[in-house]
Design a protein around this ligand. Sequence first.
Ligand code: 5GP
Length: 207
Amino acid sequence: MRELRMKSKGLLLVVSGPSGAGKGTICKALIEKNPNVVLSVSATTRAPRNGEIEGVSYYFKSEQQFKEMIANDELLEWAAFCSNYYGTPKKYVEKMLQEGKDVILEIDVQGALKVRSKYPEGIYIFILPPSMEELKSRITNRGTESQEVINERLNTARLEFTHINKYNYIIINDRLEDAVKDLEAIIIAEKCRIERSQEIIKEVCNI
Ligand code: 5GP
């Protein structure tokens, strides 16, 4: 992707979608190809899964530590999701946006709605699986959750779908490459919006 409008503030991209829809894989693939895009690392009270790395996958916290982060106003938003807390550390996001980086928050619907009230200029994207059957088989094949947790996550997905019209874009993750291309296309189009191009217009058109 071309590095457009480097001088302006970065884009805030909020990506939601059910567990197993492939949000993480899509965002990771996008970031590998685009050095101007960074991913915010969340804090959570959830236990690490096999292979997850502290400070890369999440900042793993105790409930006490998480509550202290809330009390110290360190979080841009936070939410309880399937019996655990998740939150976005504020400092990193604000710093990256100021530096002109595009920042992805990969967060649940409750968190996204909170962010939207603070950042209406953000871009809200919902990732869907091609079908609920496919979603179920992806979560099951991941093999990281018990049947009880899988069911809880599928029920949460159905609840999250009721908020889908509050997002700006939908990406269907049937083929990873296509989903990544869709996300790139959204970023490019958003950077070309007239509202985000005022500085360039002034410079080029001298008006
Ligand atoms: P998981 O346990 O599968 O890593 O994440 C569960 C859900 O929590 C996913 O929908 C994920 O996007 C969401 N999530 C991860 N980090 C955050 C965060 O900082 N804030 C909020 N509100 N949700 C988050």
